[in-house]
Design a protein around this ligand. Structure first.
Ligand SMILES: *Cc1c(COP(=O)(O)O)cnc(C)c1O
Length: 345
């Protein structure tokens, strides 16, 4: 047993479905740079998943997926509106601005990691003069960096708002599968039917070794995106190995069952935390993240016993993440340790 398991969902390994697909893809020779049967199969599986004829690109990681997607939507004098805790703002080292040659990221507040629609409107309407970086994209994260979800209604409100203000809509879906698994909302309803133009769909945190998909629901917006990927060093020559895990997860249905398992473990973990005096859940546990406030002494004791988790990510509380690989019995073991260590505080 490994006490690192709650530190991040990307501490997890490669899931069996991805591994098996990689093994199957590792037969003989295949055309490079995406002209191979695995890439075609993965694209088709994604089109089926989203029930639409979308344009699909596979890149190595989420930072590339987000920043190249945003760069393709914007000109350098545009701005992107996102939550102040968005990964795009806090964890991508300025890649969105870099790849877009200066597009400015404008931050809005909002409870529990979700943008406040009124703040988005205010940011757009505040100015219309030539001196202001012209708002052009609304970027939201689903599931959010704080483990919460935009409901279908909230998505609709934001989609309408974006349309009213001629904003394109980008969704950072590093944990999109967790959102779909948690809500009775189809991938289509969660995205293009709600007005999302581009989704970056995360694979890494849900059992793949590497790779995210950039999905354009408006084919015109995908024009020349292949060049952008190539220039940014994001065109894999052995593309079949980025694509095969998608085939493995989508065709087996593991993409949602793994995410559902991670969500379930997070709820179980939350139930362990909730009953400990002095521990308070900070955000609703709707996906695979648990954020808790606890006495520093308790954090120190857990760390001293080898439980590894971060306290500086997101809202600055103890963050515990679950993944496809988390075991229920380990969640319960953590719960027992927590109880014991909290007893004589
Ligand atoms: C993990 C994550 C990403 C992707 O990060 P990379 O390390 O660049 O792969 C993007 N958005 C969110 C919200 C994430 O949590």
């Amino acid at each position: 047993m490994d006490k690192n398991m709650f530190a991040s969902d990307n501490y997890s390994g490669i899931c069996p479905e991805a591994w098996q697909a990689l093994e199957q893809a590792n037969q003989g020779f295949a055309t490079s740079y995406g002209d191979d049967p695995w890439t075609e199969r993965a694209c088709n599986a994604l089109r089926e998943f989203f029930e639409t004829d979308c344009q699909v690109f596979f890149v190595f990681n989420g930072t590339a997926a987000n920043s190249l997607a945003l760069a393709s939507l914007c000109r350098s004098y545009h701005s992107v509106i996102c939550h102040e805790m968005a990964h795009v703002e806090t964890d991508e080292c300025g890649a969105a601005e870099f790849f877009s040659n200066g597009t400015k990221v404008l931050l809005v507040p909002g409870e529990h990691g979700k943008v406040d629609p009124a703040a988005v409107a205010e940011t757009v309407e505040r100015r219309s003069d030539i001196h202001y970086p012209k708002p052009h994209v609304l970027s939201i994260t689903q599931a959010t960096e704080l483990g919460t979800l935009y409901s279908a209604d909230e998505l609709r409100v934001l989609g309408d708002l974006a349309r009213e203000h001629s904003l394109k809509m980008h969704m950072d879906g590093a944990r999109f599968a967790n959102a779909v698994a948690s809500m009775a909302v189809s991938p289509a309803e969660m995205t293009w039917k709600a007005g999302v133009d581009v989704l970056t769909f995360g694979g890494t945190k849900n059992g793949m070794p590497v790779g995210e998909a950039v999905i354009f629901f408006d084919n015109d917006l995908a024009r020349e995106f292949d060049y952008r990927c190539k220039q940014a060093g994001q065109l894999a020559s052995k593309m079949r190995f980025l694509a095969a895990p998608w085939v493995g997860l989508l065709e087996s249905g593991a993409v949602l069952s793994h995410a559902a398992h991670a969500n379930h473990c997070a709820r179980l973990l939350a139930a362990q935390l909730e009953v400990v005096p002095g521990v308070k859940l900070i955000h609703q546990v709707q996906a695979n993240a648990v954020f808790a406030q606890m006495p520093q002494e308790l954090i120190d004791r857990l760390h001293a016993e080898g439980w590894h988790f971060y306290t500086f990510i997101g809202s600055g509380h103890a963050r515990l993440m679950c993944s496809w690989q988390t075991l229920e019995e380990d969640v319960l073991l953590f719960g027992r340790d927590l109880q014991r260590l909290a007893e004589d505080l």
